[in-house]
Design a protein around this ligand. Structure first.
Ligand SMILES: [Zn+2]
Length: 76
């Protein structure tokens, strides 16, 4: 398998929002090389700011609506 770029790995229940600790649905790769995770709520809230500093935004918020039943999944 030859891939040009490292494929973005899907976010899991182990990925948590940096702001509130909820399950993350957005991964933001910063131009500086760092990485931030946000829940759908904070992803939307900070979107205008993130777009200025992000090299890439992986948005999986659509999974919130397209996969009914999995939203209650929570590991402890
Ligand atoms: Zn959050």
């Amino acid at each position: 398998m030859t891939t040009v770029l490292t494929p973005a790995s899907p976010l899991t229940a182990a990925d948590r929002c940096d702001r509130c600790g909820a399950q993350a649905y957005l991964r933001v790769v910063l131009l500086s090389g760092g990485e931030l995770l946000f829940c759908a709520h904070h992803g939307r809230k900070f979107e205008p700011e993130l777009k200025k500093i992000a090299a890439e935004i992986q948005d999986e918020t659509e999974r919130l609506t397209t996969v009914p039943g999995s939203a209650s999944e929570d590991e402890r």
